[in-house]
Design a binder for this molecule. Structure first.
Ligand SMILES: [Mg+2]
Length: 273
């Protein structure tokens, strides 16, 4: 059973705290042009919307130019959502994922260097997020960001909104550790069992945590407002370990984070604390 409030609140960044869709698309398009200089300067109309609808398949930034590659090659959205396989695309390009990731990060670094305000303007926090997290900083509940993005990018966006979590509380791609490994470290920092909470918008990321027995005590939440699909949210609703969380619940009191559907059933079979 989760504690009533977390001691450590581990938060994914993209699709939980921040909606950076316009930035992802622009960075991905520029990175794709760098990998394929022969293509047009501007993306075809409608590509942004298609990219946005397929974004739930993306685990890490290096996949984003490949989503554009697949869409331009004629892949359907449903095909990508049902069976996203970036490996054959990498093979076709003759590149390792690290090379594509480097192109994306390079595009971002150059964008920040040339016009940081414009880069920041391509991101927005979901409504109420800043107001929810800012009062927690430095208090009894430790907010921690666990993201597949480079930590330096997340820190800049957080900092712009006055969310200075401290370097030790932002775990990015540079740590080169998967999210379950980082959560094991956080669990080892000594929170009471059930007092490490993890909010993520990718169901697969939560499934990876479920596969680690040492993380059985971690409370798992799927952010319904993030980059996931209706089937993902339905699966979360049926899952007895994962709680489907709305943005209204997230920005409200922690006492309201329990599932609204079936909460009574679960409470009646769960041991009382
Ligand atoms: Mg995410």
């Amino acid at each position: 059973m989760p504690e009533r409030v977390p001691a450590i609140l581990a938060l994914d960044f993209d699709g939980v705290l921040c909606d950076g869709m316009r930035e992802y698309f622009t960075a991905a398009w520029r990175a794709w042009r760098r990998l394929r200089p022969s293509i047009a300067l501007d993306p075809p109309s409608g590509l942004f919307e298609r990219f946005a609808r397929v974004r739930p398949v993306v685990e890490s930034g290096w996949e984003m130019p490949l989503v554009i590659m697949a869409l331009l090659a004629g892949a359907s959205e449903s095909e990508l959502l049902e069976r996203w396989r970036p490996a054959p695309l990498l093979a076709e390009l003759g590149l390792a994922r690290e090379a594509v990731a480097a192109a994306v990060d390079q595009v971002r670094d150059e964008w920040i260097a040339s016009d940081e305000a414009d880069w920041l303007d391509h991101h927005q926090f979901y409504p109420g997020i800043v107001e929810k997290i800012r009062p927690l900083v430095g208090g009894a509940i430790r907010p921690v960001v666990v993201t597949t993005k480079e930590g330096r990018f997340a820190r800049r966006i957080l900092g712009r909104h006055g969310l200075e979590l401290g370097d030790g509380n932002v775990y990015g791609k540079e740590t080169q550790r998967p999210k379950p490994t980082i959560l094991r470290e956080l669990a080892g920092a000594g929170p009471a069992p059930g007092a490490l909470w993890f909010v993520e918008d990718r169901l697969e990321a939560l499934a990876a945590v479920k596969r680690v027995p040492e993380l059985d005590g971690v409370a798992l939440f799927l952010a319904a407002w993030g980059y996931n699909t209706v089937p993902d949210r339905e699966a979360a609703r049926r899952d007895d370990r994962v709680t489907l969380l709305t943005l209204a619940q997230f920005v409200g009191d922690f006492s309201g984070w329990s599932p609204s559907d079936g909460a009574a059933d679960k409470a009646s079979i769960a041991p009382r604390r």
